[in-house]
Write a protein that binds this ligand. Sequence first.
Ligand code: PLP
Length: 415
Amino acid sequence: MKNLFSVEFASELDDKNPLKSFRDKFYYPEHNLSPILYFSGNSLGLQPKTVQSLLLEQSQIWAKNGAKGYFSDWVNFHKQLTADFLPIVGAKDGEIMLMNALTVNLHLLLISFYQPTNQRHKIIIEEDAFPSDQYAIASQLKLHGYDPKTSLIKLKPQPHEKCLKTDDIINTIEAHGESVATVMLGGVNYYTGQKYNMREIARISNEVGAYVGFDLAHAAGNVELNLHGWNVDFAAWCNYKYLNSGPGAPSGIFIHNKHSEWNGPRLAGWWGNSMDSRFSMDSKFDPIKGAEGWSISNSSIFSMAPIKASLDIYNQIGMDNFIIGSRELTGYLEELIHLILPEIEIITPKSPEERGCQLSMIIQNGKEVQKYLEFNNVVCDWREPDVIRIAPNPLYNTYSEIYQLVSLLKNYDNL
Ligand SMILES: *Cc1c(COP(=O)(O)O)cnc(C)c1O
């Protein structure tokens, strides 16, 4: 038997890794000239090396062309990007737009996809949804005059469990049935790393007549998605986590083509108006069909340019290969922890179908362990009340780094 927990074994895995050449396409952060172990791609993805030239290119277009740049390059700048997102989230032409930031987009989408009536006014979310999502949803309920106490349904895990069971989610949606206006969950929960069964959740939500949407902050560019095929109404994600497009990069939205001729509520702006009449400055809003009709303001080109760098890398790899590489890498981390550090509890589901890159771990004295890791140049994060999140990214993390991480944890005295 080979010793899985050895420098040699880890570097053998690195040598055989079909994705190994991709690490070189990123700037890898350092601390005092020593390499760090970066496991926080779920918070902020690393910078692709082509980002700076893409930014320079846009600043040169601006310098040379001034306002003419709009028509030479910028009015349709998003189109080359939205096309590359189709395989990443499983969408069709016309279903994607890039704009604003994630929480802003959740608000804009809820203006359309939360249309409460006295019979149908509830929103279903996860109990431990990302706080920004919870604030957004509670404030949307209040905006419409509903009380979160009666109209907000929070999915809770079974006692002594950390993750939700698909059956429990389905049963809750079914039980609230015709009183549910909107179901909005994370695709992958930021805290537990659990990937929900979006296909089943969308199916049952459609069945009870509710709109269904997903916050894909931790899912886009991390796990397999088929938003169109699953009949999801809407989704939004940020591009700075797995998608490596820089802090505050514009967010992506998905709106199913069945809504492409939307006549319902929407907050409108000129960038959502058809190109034919956008610059004739009419007072009547003539929306573009599909997701672009939800855009409001002209695009932030400098924030958007880095997205291309990351999408080029995803294009070269393909989502399928990314997922194979991810499962192997995260699987190695899980295996070593079980083998070497059985006292650590991994709360992320075991099945690769129910998670992405990230493993969330409960470690005794977790906060101190986190400080110790930080002191030893590991970048990972601590989330109250008790979890350390490690997200090995197959685009730039190595098996050797995972070996080093587990060695550090093994050498910590008070585990
Ligand atoms: C990261 C994250 C956000 C952040 O929202 P911004 O509006 O981009 O600042 C929101 N929701 C979830 C689930 C996240 O993971």
